[in-house]
Design a protein around this ligand. Sequence first.
Ligand SMILES: [Zn+2]
Ligand SMILES: [Zn+2]
Length: 339
Amino acid sequence: MARMRAMVCEAAGRPLAARERERPQPRQGEVLVAVSACGVCRTDLHLVDGELPQARLPVVPGHEIVGTVAACGAGVTSLAPGVRVGVPWLGWTCGRCDACRRGLENLCAEAQFTGCTRDGGYAEFAVADARYVFPLPERYDDLAAAPLLCAGLIGYRAYAMAGDARTIGLYGFGAAAHLIAQVALHEGRRVLAFTRPGDAAGQAFARALGVHWAGDSTAAAPEPLDAALLFAPVGALVPAALAAVRPGGLVVCAGIHMSDIPAFAYRLLWEERSVRSVANLTRADAQAFLALAGRVPLAVHACAYPLAAANRALDDLRHGRVEGAAVLTMHGDRASNRS
Ligand SMILES: [Zn+2]
Ligand SMILES: [Zn+2]
């Protein structure tokens, strides 16, 4: 049996374990993907911290998979060996339930999630349902394409919720915000970046991408926002963002987990402000965002780590030491930072 290397989440609160595993086989309707890169997402931190009750341990994390199709299971006609593809968070849905039939497959109660309820991409190979796998725009190399698959996709779903908002605040300027800021600027919006207090490097990074203002999340917004997108998992940002949006404005919480939201005065919600969350993604979101990323050249800032250094990548992400996105690479020792 062919073997592969994988980093495995075996128990919450413990580092990932380096394991040799049997290479998985694609079943009916599935493809085997030879992984070349896999993004490291904040959700992976919530997974290893035991904050995702839906997780099925042991599991290989990783839901920003870039690779090439190595083999197709029976019945797969949409993909062929050799095609470069991306595998995102949404791994499978039932297709029959009320949510699925209403175009809200992201809310399917039976949905399976890559790197959470199915093995993901912190490994040399992964299997995926061919219907939830997407060819990638050629303009991005493997390292740059990986963050598009969650930071980009779910960031884009959150951004789309903001509708025609002219002035958008991004709270937490990491992998998702650095991509969505570029999309919003391309579409002529005003973009304000709010970072953790005192994060001068993060604010400089945001300004270098062209945002109109960057400052501390504890500072008052310099102008009223039409919408605020929260990418940092900090509940205290919800009342802060509500205070920054104009009457009728919207606050979108884009993370899968957030610390508790402190009680706040009703006047912050008054005047038809609203708060909502974004959960998961649909295949339509993936198609829309990847098509956009093919048209609009996004500068992807990715820090590469070898697969075996997955725990270090998670630690750097936890402590805010990653500018842009952390990405595991399966080939070579390209462990140096790059942009
Ligand atoms: Zn993610
Ligand atoms: Zn369903």
